[in-house]
Design a protein around this ligand. Structure first.
Ligand SMILES: *[C@@H]1O[C@H](CO)[C@@H](O)[C@H](O)[C@H]1NC(C)=O
Length: 221
């Protein structure tokens, strides 16, 4: 086969069609997490260890949440590994994150910062469900003149393809459902163009690949 313009055009069309079919009809069949159920589970942990509870403690909150999530989704949620928190810089915002699940069609992470951050959400081929655990998120879409405020227990659902500016001071459980590999460039670009934190970059790649690989092995895209 000659690599002339016509053939390259054909290949691009075929790849686009295959990708669209996968993205629209195949990947959604592999979603295992229910955003509403996740929100309920978050509220149970917040009740015990959240900002307004007498036992307020973020360490205990995240441990309790991870245990409950593991009980609900034993095949898919891993334990919370405290030595696997990594920095993430994306859209000019910075936070720490720890993975509880990553596969081709979903990820579930605890993301946040105790000092506050602000930036662009990015535009993703995925639905994003951001359930506040502690602290708060403020948020607006272009055209809003008042901020939207999300407090512990609230879930901010950002529809696939939407974009917004957000500020986060605290932590959230974030579920993304869609094409996860498509989101990775946004998550990684600033390591190359700005922070040069290749250690965080490398660890994030390794940890994500491990999660995705183990899920692939059990047939979870
Ligand atoms: C929260 O709990 C952890 C684990 O028991 C403990 O090490 C830590 O000191 C507590 N933090 C606060 C702020 O009380």
């Amino acid at each position: 086969m000659k690599f002339d313009a016509l053939n390259i055009g054909r290949i691009i069309v075929y790849i686009t069609i295959i990708f669209s079919v996968l993205d629209r009809y195949v990947l959604p069949k592999f979603h295992v997490f229910d955003p509403k159920r996740l929100q309920e589970i978050c509220k149970e942990s917040i009740e015990l260890y959240g900002d307004d509870s007498p036992n307020y403690n973020r360490t205990l909150l995240f441990n309790d949440l991870a245990e409950r999530l593991q009980k609900e989704y034993p095949k898919y949620v891993t334990e919370l590994k405290w030595d696997e928190w990594v920095f993430n810089n994306a859209g000019n915002a910075m936070g720490g994150m720890v993975l509880l699940h990553a596969s081709i069609s979903e990820y579930l992470i605890i993301f946040g910062t105790p000092v506050g951050t602000e930036g662009h959400t990015g535009i993703h081929m995925a639905h994003d469900y951001f359930t506040i655990l502690s602290g708060q998120q403020t948020f607006y879409y272009a055209g809003d003149v008042e901020k939207r405020l999300f407090k512990p227990g609230d879930q901010n659902h950002m529809v696939r393809g939407d974009k917004a500016q957000y500020a986060l001071n605290g932590f959230a459980l974030e579920l993304a459902q869609g094409c996860i590999p498509c989101m990775l460039p946004f998550g990684f670009l600033e390591a190359v163009t700005s922070t040069m934190d290749y250690q965080s970059f490398g660890r994030t790649v390794l940890i994500t690949a491990r999660h995705m690989g183990l899920n692939l092995l059990q047939g979870k895209l």
